[in-house]
Design a protein around this ligand. Structure first.
Ligand code: MBD
Ligand code: FE
Length: 286
């Protein structure tokens, strides 16, 4: 399956957004390097041992084992492995991999990044529909190195859900690059995005991931967030998300991806239209 370039052939179901996320991920993974066999053995053995221990500790029944098997099959059928893993597992991978970063704080990427969004120099109004719902948001800042020197030619790639919590490319009827855009900074390292404030995001409740959440009595919400990737030559790329102070679910993100350094405090815009906020990225050297 290939990544759809329009969403007109999709239905608003977990299975369809899941399949899009699975196809997008498969495309990226085709270019990945093979993993060393000794490493596979070590990690796979440890993962299985951890699972065996859960079974012993909690005295799993055959009915529960069969329910687990059926659920795992359904995650695949619904194309929800990217969703499930990014919601419940990625935050620990990110924590381990980026433990020694000194500059910009990262967090999980999630399943809905698509490279190649429209590019702008320094300032952008994100692609959006006429009358795109949501509070206008001006999001701006500077990309610097660890010493605070502005980075010329840094690339700031932003993607976000709309005011209904839907991502373009993964929900039907939304223009291809809606609320996705990339700014290349000039010598001053500055970027300015004109967009709308996103809404809290509920992960799909009609697929396997939602079925687990419902069966366990958990909630399916993430706080409103902007996704970002910031890259520049000679520096380590950072993938992160920014949240909004006081926003719903900021303290109980189902994906456990909120960090205190990632909370924005917007103020009324000087223009009188919506809100504005400044956030600077200090990139670690490569
Ligand atoms: C999202 O929008 C997201 O950011 C994550 C991590 C998981 C599911 C949907
Ligand atoms: Fe998201």
């Amino acid at each position: 399956m290939t990544t759809p370039t329009t969403t007109s052939d999709l239905n608003p179901t977990a299975a369809d957004s899941g399949r899009s996320a699975t196809a997008t991920f498969a495309q990226k993974e085709r270019d990945a390097a093979p993993v060393d066999s000794a490493r596979v053995s070590t990690v796979a053995r440890a993962a299985l041992a951890a699972l065996h221990e859960v079974i012993r500790e909690h005295q799993l029944t055959y009915a529960e084992y069969d329910a687990l098997k059926a659920w795992l099959i359904r995650v695949g059928d619904d194309g929800e492995w990217p969703l499930f893993l990014d919601v419940f597992v990625e935050h620990v991978v990110e924590e381990v991999v980026h433990a020694d970063r000194r500059g910009a704080v990262g967090t999980i990427e999630g399943p809905y990044y698509v490279p190649g969004s429209p590019e702008f120099a320094g300032e952008a109004t994100l692609p959006m529909r006429d009358g795109e719902p949501g509070t206008p948001l001006t999001f701006q800042g500077t990309v610097t190195d660890l010493d605070g020197t502005p980075v010329d030619g840094a690339v700031v790639d932003l993607w976000q859900a709309d005011a209904d919590g839907y991502y373009s490319r993964f929900a039907p009827g939304i223009p291809e690059w809606n609320l996705r855009g990339t700014i290349r900074t000039g010598a001053d390292g500055r970027y300015t995005f004109h967009t709308i404030a996103p809404a809290p995001y509920q992960i799909p409740t009609d697929g396997a991931t939602g079925a687990l959440i419902t069966a366990a009595g958990w909630h399916a919400w993430r706080p409103a967030h902007l996704h970002l990737k910031v890259t520049a030559s000679g520096t380590l790329p950072v993938t992160t998300q920014l949240y909004f102070d006081g926003g719903e679910h900021i303290a109980d993100d189902v994906a456990q991806a909120v960090k205190p350094e990632l909370i924005l405090r917007p103020t009324p815009a000087a223009s009188g239209n919506g809100v504005e906020v400044t956030y600077d990225f200090r990139l670690d050297p490569a």
